[in-house]
Design a protein around this ligand. Sequence first.
Ligand code: MN
Length: 747
Amino acid sequence: MDTPEKISDYTQVDALMLSLIDEVSTYMKKPKEQIHKVLWDTYIFAREAHEGQYRKSGEPYILHPVSACEFLLHLKPDLVTLQSCILHDVIEDTDHDRASIEKNFWEEVASICEGLSKLSAIKYQGEERTVESLRKMLVAMVQDLRVIIVKLADRMHNMRTLDFHPDPKKRERIALETLNIYAPIADRLGLFRMKIMLETECFRILHPEDYTRIMKELEDMREEQEFFLEKANAVIRKVIPKNIPIIEISYRIKAPYSIYRKLLRKEYSYTTPRDLYDLFAIRIITQTIPQCYEVLGILHNVFIPMPKRFKDYIALPKENRYQSLHTTVVGLFPEVRSQPTEIQIRTPEMHLQAEIGIAAHFEYSESGTSKNSKDSYWVQTIKEIVNHGLDGGDFMKEMHMNVFSDQIFVFTPKGDIITLPKWATPVDFAYAIHSRIGNELAIAKMNGQVIPLDYELKNGESIQIVTDKNRKPNPTWLSIAKTPKAREHIRQFINSEERNYFIEKGRSILHSYLEKNYGKGLDKDFSILKHLDGKTLDTKQKEDVLVQLGNLSRKPISIVKALSDTIIKEALGERKIVEEIPEKTKTRTKNEWLTQDEKSSVIIGKQKDIPYKIAQCCDPKMWDKIVWVIGQWVVTIHNFECENLEKVNLDRRIPATWWTENTDGMIIIIGCVVHDRKWLLKELTEIFYHMELNIEDIKIEVLSNGLRRNIFTLRSDDEDYYLYERLSERLKFAVPDIMELSLISIK
Ligand code: MN
């Protein structure tokens, strides 16, 4: 981008400043002349101090602090806050220091400005440094909350003008910093409007295309929403008796960035904002708390409330003091909107708190300065901790560590803090410490208890990783790990070591097959694979074939079939034993289960002997390419090309192969007492699948009171000394209604 032309004319900024003074005069109970004098003098001081300085946009620098003030107005700030905002860059960027501000203005203004200049020295250093930046920010903030409020406004205007920043990498870094530090702080202080403004700007900068799309879709829906509000308004006013005052009925639209995040979540199959049932909410403001409950009762009587959607934040306020009743009802005005509609009911005081959070508690004194009368629980806690002078780990630990919504802080046994994204698992934790710890991860413990590797870590937990040199990353960890770092290490490992493992396994499968059938094994160079499938293979390609054999995607007999007769004769000679080629399975009728001896003929994922049925639509035959589809009670085997598969969700499909041979390994038999219920089989087998355990046998004993004991005979390909420990923890965790779990035998 070319450097924009510099504008040295103050007409625009002066006008903005004057309109700002007008606005302030509407809410401040002071003569306008007085307000004008204080603010205008401050403005001229800052304007002169920044004389000759320009923004990246080419505009005079003073436009920045004045524009930042605009983002504060909805908080109805006091004069000190506004003055501090106008002067916020003076200490940092001009010749003036604290003393010179103190000489010209109130002491409080000087102190806030100094706090701000200290804050600007903190630079976001990426994930690892987050804790330290946050700590400094909080320390500065608790000295005077107005520091952070001005800081947020400053950041807001910088975000608005970020497009003028020439370096795209820097733009992204600044947006991420805003998203990870400033927006969560605004949220915690209850400064919702500020939080949403910040997040919306970050969204615009980080995902410009999605931003444009969502904003356009919202714009397109505006008219119909206003129409709906008008109708809903009339319907609600009609059902609520005259003796309950309805001060206002309005609506709020979900913020663009929240919409974006919700659309991204896979468990909902939403494609447009229109699909979101909580896209907008109706807000009813009535006078008193009893009236809030009365309104709620009436609405629940007239419309159908959705179960489990009622939340009473009046009796149980959120930590940032948000209070309101939330409910979701169906049929508010069905002609326009068929989805359920969220309704929020609150008093005017609660509404103010919801809009401006902490700022709602500023008390304005005669001098125009303010002091915050009551701090939120959160701020009180921070103050106590800061006053305790704790450092590093203890500081964060004490903080309840729920400051950030998208990050968690987890501790090593030594007390080091590991910052991880929300939903991270012990696998991420292990890799975050060191790639070697990740690669040798055997079990994870929390407070001495073994936890499943897919356990979702929570803020403040202390995790111990037990390593074992003989362990290797398991490919299923790819679905468990959430951090790019862990996934990259696992992938690297699978690509290198796992390949070697499969080559070795494939070599041994082919070797023993050839030896059994022809009395001759493989040579060192695998020369029998040199000419295969009508092609000449180099070493890497020969190894690729062994990998296919090793991971069971190709059977040894197919190798022999792909060899030319000459090679067979020369290299192998006559076949010793004629192998029985499996007979094609008979056509089955609908819902017919395979008989016991046929059960061993399908391997699903890496798991055998799950009760399954053959799909009638495509009726796959032995050795056809097949796919496993998870149903509610049973799995169904479809032909790979079956048209009906298109209708099945991708995550319910798992590739399957036919298989007949038995392998050696470890056999473990467990008993598991549980109430018979839907999905039980699926939940249990899924766990076995994730742990790469083959089910050799399932026995069911029916006990009294609807209980049953499932006895699973499981086979592991590896000798795994931690197997029962890991399995039992995972089962108890994932299927909490297990009444009793026992180890019957292990061999
Ligand atoms: Mn600034």
